[in-house]
Design a protein around this ligand. Structure first.
Ligand code: SF4
Length: 168
């Protein structure tokens, strides 16, 4: 315990202040909310599946739901069950041991359903493309309707790309 305190004092503050624009979040959020309502007449329900990511893509998705972005107020709802989801949001390169789980999750969704990939790994394996234990991206397992690029994409970019997806 004492070593943890010593290290903390030695390192000092390692986090950076968050630089963000309230106006941008509000403007984009308003547009997202209108598009969600026009398409679903309710919230847009998303089930997220990590198929072997490094964890940073998930961190950004979680950050999109924090009090700064609060993406829920724009009609985006992350749900625990695929049976309640309109779309499947997939991160990671699809490790071989996640292939079956990913397929089963998709099969459990009410139709029509969409697959959205998030992060470069989910597109084509990204950082893990040389690994013997991945399948090189979600498109090799399921039909993908839309991709959110980045390594990882920031919460504001997740909002931007969801707007583009809903405008398709
Ligand atoms: S795209 Fe980048 S941040 Fe996302 S899982 Fe892959 S390596 Fe991690």
């Amino acid at each position: 315990m004492i070593n943890i305190f010593k290290n903390s004092f030695k390192k000092g503050i390692v986090t950076k202040p968050i630089v963000f624009s309230d106006t941008e979040i509000e403007t984009l959020g308003k547009e997202l909310k209108t598009l969600v309502y026009n398409k679903f007449k309710r919230s847009f329900h998303i089930r997220e599946v990590d198929t072997g990511s490094c964890g940073a893509c998930e961190s950004e998705i979680i950050a999109a739901t924090n009090p700064i972005y609060d993406i829920q107020r724009f009609g985006i709802d992350f749900v625990a069950s695929p049976r309640h989801a309109d779309a499947l949001l997939v991160t990671g390169p699809v490790s071989k041991n996640m292939e079956l789980a990913l397929k089963r999750t998709f099969e459990a969704m009410p139709k029509p359903s969409f697959v959205i990939t998030l992060g470069d790994c989910a597109l084509n394996g990204g950082q893990f493309s040389d690994s013997y234990y991945t399948l090189g991206g979600v498109k090799n397992v399921l039909p993908v309707a839309f991709h959110i690029p980045g390594c990882p994409p920031k919460p504001i970019d997740i909002i931007r790309y969801l707007i583009l997806f809903l405008k398709k």
